[in-house]
Design a protein around this ligand. Structure first.
Ligand SMILES: CC1=C(CCC(=O)O)c2cc3nc(cc4[nH]c(cc5[nH]c(cc1n2)c(C)c5CCC(=O)O)c(CCC(=O)O)c4C)C(CCC(=O)O)=C3C
Ligand SMILES: [Fe+2]
Length: 375
């Protein structure tokens, strides 16, 4: 049994997130950062800009990350784990490169990285690894010592991620009127991605046709359905559906969209729906706009009662799970054999993305994987 407080070889944890605007003037430059070289239609960008302006130009994601940082620091302190926690983003301040520079200047040399993205996919994994490689190359050009960065495994099936979501679904069901509750459907939602990105997601050797992204979400949905059945005695009908599609209409993305799904359920006489955004770690703009605003308005128009279940956010069980992931990886790096907890059928995800995992459209270096040009 390894020491439950020994983070060696790690000397810091980096919380790596997406970033978001903090006021109206930030919205357009933020969207430019996000979409550089991605070929998203201008119409879609204007529309997404409007979603942000509707909320005063402020993305909820930054305060959610600040809350998660507090939760992590509190959890580490209570557990006697002495490991400083930093925060950097891909698309807005505090920028990843600036945070990594600060970490190196503070003497950090072996960094564990937690991304606010739980599942495998280009957008949820390799793109973060590409940004890590870009940041390392900037530090290298500045003549700074390079830290080693290790990305923690995907935690979609970690109990500290799934259990708070299962509780959230139970709470949302309990909030429905009794007259419709027993007939309700559960709609698990996640970010739509291009079919091509879904098919090539994760290590293909492990997941084969269809890729890891959809399989991982289905596995989480089944665990939650089981928990809900244990708690209520009801096996609720469910489906995995998608939201937040962008990209040109002629390119196939994962479907159906949540709004279409609500229409279909309503047409079939379903009396109520719980929308469970299992693809999101906190209440991102996609949750606040695409579900709480758009899909909720669609449901109101149909006269269909809906509830949206909570995301994990800064739940103390999630903070404890992050501590577990750091200690698990630290022990692995020290050569110890460790228990890797995971719910569902897929088992714990890999530590190191193998070559060809979530291939990109362009040949770009990515750090923290088997194909990393860095140590
Ligand atoms: C899988 C996935 C996650 C989950 C993994 C993770 O969390 O990283 C995620 C997260 C997020 N996506 C976010 C915002 C945006 N994503 C966009 C565009 C895109 N996302 C994609 C996928 C994903 N995105 C894809 C395939 C595109 C098309 C362009 C491309 O191929 O790259 C665009 C451009 C406009 C639009 O098209 O919507 C914006 C503004 C925010 C911040 C929200 C906030 O402010 O709270 C967060 C957390
Ligand atoms: Fe996105």
């Amino acid at each position: 049994m390894s020491d439950q407080r020994d983070p060696a070889p790690y000397d810091a944890l980096l919380l790596l997130s997406f970033g978001g605007p903090e006021g109206p003037d930030d919205v357009v430059p933020f969207l430019e950062n996000v979409t550089r070289g991605r070929g998203i239609p201008t119409e879609r960008l204007k529309e997404v800009g409007q979603h942000y302006f509707l909320f005063g130009g402020v993305s909820p994601i930054n305060d959610q990350n600040r809350a998660l940082l507090d939760a992590l620091r509190k959890d580490f302190a209570q557990a006697g784990l002495n490991l400083p926690v930093y925060w950097g983003n891909r698309n807005w301040a505090p920028y990843l490169t600036d945070t990594l520079r600060e970490m190196v200047t503070d003497g950090r040399r072996h960094i564990a990285v937690l991304t606010t993205s739980a599942y495998a996919s280009y957008s949820g994994c390799r793109q973060y690894r590409e940004n890590l490689a870009d940041a390392l190359s900037t530090l290298e050009a500045e003549g700074l010592p390079l830290p080693r960065v290790d990305k923690l495994r995907h935690y979609f099936n970690h109990p500290g991620f799934v259990e708070p979501m299962a509780d959230g679904v139970l709470a949302a069901l309990a909030d429905l009127d009794e007259s419709v509750r027993a007939g309700a459907h559960l709609a698990f939602t996640t970010h739509s991605i291009p079919d091509s990105a879904a098919d090539s997601s994760g290590p293909v050797a492990e997941h084969g046709d269809g890729g890891a992204y959809v399989k991982e979400h289905l596995d989480v949905a089944r665990v939650i359905i089981d928990r809900v059945r244990e708690a209520t005695g009801i096996e609720y009908p469910w489906r995995l559906v998608y939201q937040s599609r962008s990209g040109a209409p002629h390119i196939p993305w994962l479907e159906p969209d949540i709004c279409e799904h609500l229409e279909e359920l309503h047409g079939a006489g379903v009396p109520a729906v719980v929308m469970a955004p299992i693809g999101f770690v906190s209440d991102h703009m996609e949750v606040l706009y695409d579900l709480d605003t758009e899909a909720t308005a669609k449901a109101a128009e149909l006269g269909l009662p809906v509830r949206r279940s909570a995301t994990v956010g800064d739940d103390p069980r999630f903070a404890a799970a992050v501590r577990g992931l750091v200690l698990e990886r630290a022990a692995t790096e020290r050569g110890a054999i460790v228990e890797r907890c995971a719910l569902g059928a897929l088992g714990a995800s890999h530590d190191l993305c193998p070559i060809g995992c979530c291939p990109a459209r362009a040949d770009r270096p990515a750090a923290a994987g088997a194909d990393s040009p860095y140590a």
